[in-house]
Design a protein around this ligand. Structure first.
Ligand SMILES: Cc1ncc(COP(=O)(O)O)c(C=O)c1O
Length: 381
């Protein structure tokens, strides 16, 4: 394997292979939160299935879910979302895919800030949409500079992807910065796709309250992506929703009808149970914070450099200076110590960085850090 081109996907695949061979791999490369979800959610899933909610249903999603999802957003964000503004989707990723399906003919160029989640690039490419990126830098705390914003203004784009809080940096953009980005898009009448799947992971409760969701801007050409994957640790349920203008909901509804028909109703009922309990995201954000800050302390002591996250369970760090080749470090870490991490190259070509995910239990993170320390000791001697 050529170390230089090592990607997140390659690491994930190799880690799985080692695991199948019986090796004890520590996964710090995936964003799948390991938290036991409340028993009542799983019980509701089974109860509804046993009750016979196992048939075809509305492509929009069931009313109960749409009403509850609207109420949930309005409660947390002070927005005015109505049931009719919502389409239920199998996770937010497929919400984005479906939206691009209906809009790709009208969009030639999309923009986003980097580093960012790799799926955008792949999905846009798949839809024949060119992606232009503004590369933010560590020294600017991963925020775009005034020059970056001018550069953005000068791009002729029809779609902007906003990701806030960020995967991989674990940092949240404040309202002032979001205002500036929104202004640039609005002036061009460009569509704004706002990926808000991590808003509930912002560590401080008061910051969640002030979170600058795109829904607060009441802009007509926007799409907000939401999901229970991170806020409720329900990745495997594949349950999310999009909030957007009704004309676009209608076009996506047709697509749902001609493809997967509907998200299974028993899953949506379990989702209602989850969204009805505001204590769950509050509980999880504390777990994520504790895990991530524990990992941050350990990584700092080992000589990694990064900005401490204020949200999510990710840390985007550069390796200690004596490591010249981060890709080599990533591959040796997996092969020699069975610790999988995500190479920064997969988030926009940041070769010198690694994304660490603290989505596992602290004892596993601790073991992972011990193993990293072992490799560093060998490296520096
Ligand atoms: C930024 C971002 N958006 C969306 C998703 C996908 O979430 P879902 O499980 O809702 O499809 C992820 C998953 O890692 C993500 O990191």
């Amino acid at each position: 394997m050529d170390n230089k081109g090592i990607t997140h996907y390659m690491i994930f695949t190799l880690a799985k292979k080692f695991e199948e061979e019986g090796r004890d791999v520590i996964h710090l490369e995936v964003g799948d939160p390991y938290v036991d979800i409340d028993g009542e959610i799983n019980e509701e899933l089974c109860r509804r299935a046993k009750m016979g909610y196992t048939h075809y249903s509305s492509p929009y999603g069931i009313d109960e879910f749409r009403v509850t999802a609207a109420k949930y957003l309005n409660n947390f964000l002070g927005t005015n979302v109505e049931k009719e503004d919502i389409l239920v989707t199998p996770g937010s990723k497929s919400g984005l895919k479906m939206f691009l399906d209906i809009i790709s003919r009208d969009v030639d160029t999309a923009v986003t800030l980097e580093p960012t989640w790799s799926a955008y690039k792949g999905l846009l490419e798949y839809h024949g949409i060119r992606l232009e990126t503004i590369k933010t830098e560590y020294r600017n705390k991963w925020r775009p500079t005034e020059d970056d914003l001018t550069e953005l203004e000068n791009i002729d784009f029809q779609l902007m992807i906003l990701l806030n809080p960020s995967n991989p940096t674990g940092l949240t953009m404040d309202r002032k910065l979001v205002d500036k980005l929104v202004d640039i898009a609005v002036n061009k009448k460009a569509i704004i796709v706002s990926d808000e799947v991590y808003f509930q992971t912002i560590y401080r409760d008061e910051d969640v309250k002030n979170y600058p969701s795109i829904l607060r801007y009441e802009y007509e050409f926007m799409v907000a992506l939401h999901s229970l994957s991170k806020s409720h640790a329900m990745t495997g349920y594949r349950l999310g929703w999009v909030v957007t203008r009704r004309e676009w909901i209608e076009r996506m509804r047709r697509l749902v009808q001609y493809s997967y028909t509907n998200v299974p109703i028993f899953i949506q009922y379990a989702g209602v149970k989850a969204l009805d309990n505001p204590g769950i995201p509050r509980r999880l954000r504390k777990i994520y914070r504790d895990r991530t800050l524990y990992m941050a302390d350990r990584l700092e002591r080992l000589g990694f450099k990064f900005h401490r996250p204020d949200s999510t369970f990710y840390i985007f760090a550069s390796t200690p200076e004596y490591i010249e080749d981060t890709s080599e470090f990533v591959i040796r870490l997996l092969k020699e110590e069975m610790v999988a991490v995500a190479p920064g190259i997969s988030f926009g070509g940041y070769r010198d960085f690694i994304r660490f995910s603290a989505s596992y239990h602290i004892d596993r993170i601790s073991k992972g850090m011990d193993r990293i320390e072992r490799l560093l000791d060998r490296w520096s001697t």
